[in-house]
Design a binder for this molecule. Structure first.
Ligand code: PXP
Length: 238
């Protein structure tokens, strides 16, 4: 079965709206794991708009499955990651003005910088993943950087799904998954996946793990987090 990584950033977003202690992302992570999630994803953004430094210290201690830290390649964030040692680091581009991670990392353009970042993370035993567009050049750059896995950005597919006429974007993800698998890379995917469009991505041959946040946390408002995670797992299974 394709695995599910739950991104808990938006639990922290709600907490930060009041700068209080509730809802607690650490408790959220535990509930997601109890519901069957295969990993927990959290993004320590440079502007600390949701997840805080103390959260990742506590998450590192409490997560029993796999802790996937999403992060930019800024030196201060890398230093924290090397200290915390998550199981996995997913390198993403970051712009302060964006509402969410809008595009994939340009692995080709930042190749030199990424070589040293990936090496440093690898030396600490952290598995490195690159969040990239479903694009041949990006996949080839990831392969050359010697990372074991990539996460394909499904944002364009998700937007096209709402508009209808998503087939071209879906085909791109299908063919780029096959291409990356041929090169020996583990392929994950995420961004904008929800209860209606996830099954199309989950059935792609060679797909390993889907990282989903906003739709699960949104659904949790109405049915509770445990139920929301279980429902997403059943979408993936079907
Ligand atoms: N994967 C990556 C690399 C992301 O940056 C995000 C958004 O934080 C997600 C997955 C989850 O996206 P969404 O919240 O739209 O499900």
């Amino acid at each position: 079965m394709v695995k599910l990584g739950v991104n808990i950033d938006h639990v922290a977003t709600l907490r930060q709206a009041r700068l209080e202690t509730d809802p607690d992302p650490i408790l959220a992570a535990r509930i997601c794991e109890d519901a069957g999630a295969h990993s927990i994803v959290a993004h320590l953004r440079e502007d600390r708009r949701h997840i805080q430094d103390v959260d990742i210290v506590l998450l590192r201690k409490s997560i029993k499955t796999k802790f996937n830290l999403e992060m930019s390649i800024s030196p201060s964030i890398i230093k924290i990651a090397l200290d915390i040692k998550p199981d996995q680091a997913t390198l993403v581009p970051e712009r302060r003005q964006e509402i969410t991670t809008e595009g994939g990392l340009d692995a080709e353009r930042h190749y030199k910088r990424l070589t040293s970042v990936c090496d440093r993370l690898r030396q600490k035993g952290i598995a490195v993943s690159l969040f990239i567009a479903p694009d041949k050049k990006q996949i080839e750059a990831a392969k050359a950087l010697n990372v074991p896995m990539i996460e394909l950005h499904t944002g364009s597919f998700s937007r096209a799904f709402i508009r209808r006429g998503y087939e071209k974007e879906l085909d791109k993800i299908i063919s780029m998954t096959a291409y990356a698998r041929k090169l020996g890379l583990v392929v994950n995917a995420g961004h904008g996946l929800d209860y209606r469009n996830t099954s199309l991505i989950a059935r792609i041959a060679g797909m390993e793990e889907l990282n989903i946040g906003h739709s699960i946390v949104s659904r949790a408002v109405f049915v509770g987090l445990k139920q929301a995670v279980k429902e997403m797992l059943s979408v993936i299974k079907k």
